[in-house]
Design a protein around this ligand. Structure first.
Ligand code: E4P
Length: 219
């Protein structure tokens, strides 16, 4: 399973990249705003800065919601760097735009997906990635991981090449569940990735090893 980090924070992206397990980055307009990145040129420069750090795909989301503007914006984003994947919302014009981009060989990430029907449509339009938001579904007491399972079944039935990018991942248990049900990618915060490192028996075991070594060495 690929690990993407879901942030526009350059320091966190660098930290995840340095860990050696990062496969890509996803951003969205809210994450860009959180970093104080506004204005067309600043946004574009920020995407370039992310691409310079990460060795993998970088999702950059269009703001437009009508077909013509989404195409124009998506082409501009795709031209920034070969790592850019154009992120398009799951709306009618978005599906048309994904179809257009896939015919042009431009990679896409269909975002804001909350049902298996939406995921089926994204695959038929030729999306490279589909992003079901599991955390936001869990927030409303709908089984987010269950949705990943349903999409996996449907995509496998027809050998759709669209990759399931489990989004809105909140914690390490989500990451494990995504891996168990066969998500191709998960995108989440750095904290969720680092939490995978943790086990109390690792900490106490290491403390004992080091103490025994110090005793035997007479330190
Ligand atoms: C997907 O690419 C989105 O950026 C995302 O994962 C949103 O997650 P949130 O529910 O934590 O905002």
């Amino acid at each position: 399973m690929k690990f993407f980090i879901d942030t526009a924070n350059l320091q966190q992206i660098q930290e995840a990249q340095d860990l050696g397990v990062l496969d890509g980055v996803t951003t969205n307009p809210s994450l860009m705003a959180k970093e104080g990145i506004t204005g067309d040129e600043n946004v574009k420069n920020h995407y370039k800065a992310i691409c310079a750090i990460v060795d993998g795909d970088v999702s950059a989301e269009v703001i437009s919601t009508d077909y013509e503007s989404m195409i124009k914006e998506g082409l501009e984003l795709a031209a920034l760097d070969s790592k850019i994947v154009v992120k398009v919302p799951m709306i009618k014009d978005g599906i048309k735009a994904i179809k257009y981009f896939s015919q042009q060989g431009i990679r896409t990430n269909c975002t804001l997906v909350f049902s298996a029907g939406q995921a089926l449509l994204a695959a038929k339009a030729g999306a490279t990635y589909v992003s079901p938001f599991i955390g936001r579904l869990d927030d409303i007491s709908v089984d987010g991981i269950g949705l990943i399972e349903d999409i996996r079944l449907i995509y496998d039935n027809y050998a759709y090449p669209t990759q399931i990018l489990a989004a809105s991942v909140r914690h390490s248990a989500h990451i494990l569940s995504c891996a168990k049900v066969g998500a191709d990618v998960m995108t989440g915060p750095l904290s969720a990735m680092l939490a995978l490192l943790k086990h109390p028996l690792t900490d106490s075991g290491l403390a004992t090893f080091l103490a025994d070594h110090a005793k035997a060495s007479g330190k």
